[in-house]
Design a protein. Structure first.
Length: 203
């Protein structure tokens, strides 16, 4: 009688990281079960995949949760009131730029790229955590600007508050710059340039 050997094992934690990188690179709709199985490795079969992760959507949700708890935290300085507001904003921009260029994972930001992850209306709901993360970043930028106004550093005007859109737009655009291989040094220098908008709104 032929002996079937034991199924090959895989490290679940590592599997989630590899799946996160794949979703990060390709998006939700463009990532197939076959690609996920290949990325996870370990000879995982379709039944083993569903037993371990439940579904493609469930695995995507898990990878998003991991991303938000790790890579996405580079902008947390936006909420750090121990830092002067300008420094808090510039730190968040610079940390995000450097993370998006790091080796060891796809370039760009999974949160920013999330707007392109699905074209299917039926799958839009799974992108909600990424949308909420983008919203929180915008609120953090506004938080820094309002702190600057309250401290008497910035003019108190609608134009000053509108700067948040400029900073947010820059941050969202870094993913494209990184994927287009614009040198990191140039993007870092662009952070200094965009912060000039803050200085132009000083009292």
């Amino acid at each position: 009688m032929m002996r079937t050997g034991r199924p090959r094992q895989f490290d679940r934690d590592e599997a989630v990281t590899r799946a996160m990188h794949l979703f990060w690179e390709k998006g939700y709709d463009s990532t197939s079960l076959a690609q996920l199985k290949a990325a996870i490795g370990g000879g995982i079969t379709a039944p083993s995949f569903y037993a371990a992760f439940g579904s493609k959507e469930a695995l995507f949700n898990e990878t998003v949760e991991r991303y938000l708890k790790t890579h996405a935290r580079v902008t947390e300085s936006l909420w750090d009131t121990s830092l002067p507001p300008r420094e808090a904003l510039e730190t968040a921009l610079m940390n995000s730029v450097r993370m998006q260029y790091e080796s060891g994972h796809p370039r760009g930001c999974m949160v920013a790229l999330g707007v392109m992850f699905t074209s299917s209306d039926e799958n839009r709901h799974i992108l909600k955590p990424l949308e909420l993360s983008r919203q929180r970043t915008r609120e953090g930028i506004i938080h820094c600007i309002t702190r600057g106004i309250a401290a008497g550093e910035l003019r108190d005007s609608k134009n000053t508050l509108a700067l948040a859109v400029s900073f947010d737009s820059f941050l969202l655009g870094v993913s494209t710059l990184a994927r287009d291989n614009i040198p990191l040094t140039e993007t870092e220098q662009a952070v200094a340039q965009i912060m000039g908008l803050w200085d132009s709104a000083r009292l």
